[in-house]
Design a protein around this ligand. Structure first.
Ligand code: CMC
Length: 380
């Protein structure tokens, strides 16, 4: 009997429950997202990305002393800086290499310099989680500057992870609003249950492979436009529309053409993604500060039409790009920024997977031939 006869296939593994997990809860009907028992709305209002990484990895909020030590570890120059040989390697890549390719390659290369690379104990994986979370923004910022002919800016240990990223990208002291925006964006993207990239990371971890390998798998899966790559595609759409006055017609035509509209729809949410409203608020604030709210106006018009016509609602990727673009961040950096945050979730899931492991190995519904006769090459 085939595997599928005993278990009907579920295309896209829709609604398939793979394993218990204590990290993240999504209520797709109420539009609720919870990390380790804490509603993400409350975390956005009161927490920081650094604290959220602690919460995801250790399963509880830190005490003052634990928080200070954790922030110190995530901020130290030793953990944030890139090995000089890796920086030299970055200078060898063609300037057209996308930031997501550099991130995927750079994270893989970082394992060669990591003292715990082959150690999969919980303690070593926690040390690697801190290092990777601290290094990824440096890698993203360094490539952004190298590809535009500028010298990379070294990390500043006095700045938060969010503020330091803005500083390393621009070389200038970050404004409070820019720091707040990145911090909120990092909190909101930090985890999302068994999404495609986290599942990819867990599949890799379940072979007893290491954190760097799992994160490389995660980055590979995040890159696609149906997942993290959607934020970049949204901005390309906004750039095409340009004028809010043209948005209604443009989006109706796209729907009539049966186009897939990036930034809308979700496998789990049946209502608006709870993360979208926070990013919209920040995008609007940054737009006002930068002197144009046109991008948010265009996105709002699209949201009105798409929800009315298709009953599809904004997801996390709809407004994030508008916020980043107001800060002068290029479109192809949006997905790497997503990864800089999601590494926290990937690490939490690797720790959980290693803590109670079983190989993840599903079956296929084989629809090919079974009794072909082999004809030698000379007789074909
Ligand atoms: N635009 C137009 N139609 C859509 C969209 C969309 N964004 N999303 C779903 N649909 C339609 C789809 O055409 C299909 O219609 P029909 O049944 O008539 O063929 C129906 O809705 C179901 O779509 P599906 O692709 O089977 O749904 P799914 O659960 O497999 O896909 C999704 C979920 C997120 C991939 C999809 O909604 C999509 O492609 N959205 C656009 C890409 C996007 O924004 N991705 C980011 C997701 S959230 C953050 C993240 O994970 O990074």
């Amino acid at each position: 009997m085939s595997a599928a006869a005993a278990n009907p296939t579920k295309p896209g593994l829709e609604d398939v429950v793979v394993s218990p997990s204590e990290i993240c809860f999504i209520d797709g009907h109420k539009g609720r997202l919870v990390y380790r028992g804490f509603d993400v709305d409350g975390l956005v209002a009161q927490s920081t990305f650094e604290e959220v990484t602690y919460l995801l990895w250790y399963g509880r909020l830190p005490t003052r002393k634990e928080m200070d030590a954790h922030v110190k570890a995530l901020s130290s120059t030793a953990n944030r800086k890139l090995p000089p040989k890796l920086l030299a390697m970055l200078r060898l890549f063609p300037k057209k290499t996308t930031p997501m390719e550099i991130l995927r390659t750079g994270v893989s290369a970082l394992s060669a310099f990591d003292p715990d690379a082959e150690d999969n104990s919980r303690e070593a994986t926690l040390r690697k989680s801190i290092r990777l979370t601290a290094q990824m923004p440096t890698l993203v910022a360094a490539w952004d500057r190298i590809r535009s002919g500028k010298a990379p800016v070294g990390p500043n240990p006095r700045l938060s992870l969010a503020g330091n990223f803005v500083y390393m990208m621009s070389g200038r002291k970050p404004t409070p609003l820019a720091t707040k925006t990145f911090d909120v964006a990092l909190i909101l993207h930090a985890d999302h249950e068994f999404n495609a990239s986290t599942f990819a990371a867990r599949v890799t971890a379940a072979t007893l492979s290491d954190l760097h390998a799992a994160v490389v798998s995660g980055i590979g899966a995040l890159k696609g436009p149906l997942h993290g790559g959607a934020n970049e595609q949204v901005m390309l759409m906004v750039e095409k529309i340009k004028d809010p006055g043209k948005a209604d017609r443009w989006i109706r035509q796209a729907l009539a053409d049966k186009a897939r509209i990036m930034g809308f729809g979700h496998r789990v949410y049946r209502v608006e993604d709870p993360r979208a409203k926070h990013l919209k608020r920040l995008a609007l604030e940054l737009g006002r500060q930068a002197g144009s709210t046109a991008a948010v106006e265009i996105l709002d018009i699209m949201a009105r039409v798409v929800s009315a016509e298709k009953h599809l609602f904004p997801n996390v990727d709809l407004y994030s790009g508008a916020a980043y673009a107001s800060m002068g961040i290029s479109t192809d950096e949006f997905t790497p920024i997503f990864a800089m945050s999601r590494v926290a979730g990937w690490a939490a899931h690797v720790l959980e997977q290693h803590g109670n492991n079983r190989l993840i190995r599903p079956r296929s519904d084989y629809t090919g031939l079974t009794d072909e006769k082999y004809v030698p090459l000379a007789q074909r």
